[in-house]
Design a protein around this ligand. Structure first.
Ligand code: PGA
Length: 255
């Protein structure tokens, strides 16, 4: 059973080092008395070490936006799960649609990343899935979600207390300012949990898995997502770039 809801900030490539440091300081202060949820901040790789120094001892935890699947070697420009853990990361976003779109990350690469992360047992993966507008309009959403889950997670072992977060992010709702109908998110989360049950069994899914939503969440629309039965948290992009706005989002989802 997930004890806490996840509220995850994905800063993407929006902030330079100085801006990341400033926002991390504001976040640490804002969240100093926040105990109900697990708050995760994912800056760019450039800012991980500095942001970790700031967040240390506070309520927000460090996450990364990407990882490579090998431990070390001739992989120019890449960073391993152990390297992320060394700088204090506890979470890592995998298979985000930005990376599928611009870096051509495919199923095989995402699967290898999930496997590498699970095998280190040092990081919790946040595995992003979601349909494109074209897939939605041709009524393929459910099929696409199940397919993406199977490609990313089949054959992966989940041990003991290890956690896996699946982020449902309908690609067509990202960065638009308009989130999807909460009832649609709830339905998609149900589909995801059923598919996970088939793959891992109900006991493991209820103990080790969380399903969160991402896509244009802000302090205004978040309330209608707060009480959905299968909603274990949020992955927040644009609205995580201002401490006050992100705090309001977090407060609304845990209350
Ligand atoms: P958004 O981004 O909240 O700005 O839509 C979420 C995401 O892409 O993870």
């Amino acid at each position: 059973m997930p004890i806490k809801k996840y509220i995850i900030a994905n800063w993407k490539m929006n902030l330079n080092l100085a801006e990341s440091v400033n926002l991390a300081k504001e976040m640490k202060e804002k969240f100093s008395g926040f105990d109900q949820g697990e708050v995760v901040v994912c800056p760019s790789i450039l800012a991980l070490s500095e942001v970790e120094k700031i967040l240390k001892g506070g309520k927000a935890i460090l996450g990364a936006q990407n990882v490579f699947w090998e431990d070390k070697g001739m992989y120019t420009g890449e960073i391993s799960a152990d390297m992320l853990a060394e700088v204090g990361c506890k979470y890592v976003i995998l298979g985000h649609s930005d990376r599928r779109k611009y870096l051509f990350e495919n199923y095989e690469m995402i699967h290898k990343k999930v496997r590498a992360v699970m095998e280190t047992e040092k990081l919790t993966p946040i595995v992003c899935i979601g349909e494109t507008l074209e897939e939605k309009e041709s009524d393929k959403r459910d099929f696409v979600l199940v397919e993406q889950l199977q490609q990313a997670l089949s054959g992966i072992d989940v041990f003991g207390e290890q956690r896996v977060i699946v982020a449902y992010e309908p690609v067509w709702a990202l960065g638009t300012g308009t989130a999807i109908d909460p009832a649609e998110a709830e339905y998609a989360h149900k589909i995801i949990k059923l598919a996970l049950n088939d793959m891992f069994g109900m006991r493991v899914v209820s103990k080790n898995f969380s399903v969160i939503y991402g896509g244009s969440i802000n302090s205004k629309n978040v309330k209608s997502f707060a009480n959905l039965e299968n909603m274990d948290g949020l992955l927040v992009g644009g609205a995580s770039l201002k401490a006050e706005e992100f705090y309001k989002v977090a407060k609304s989802i845990v209350n």
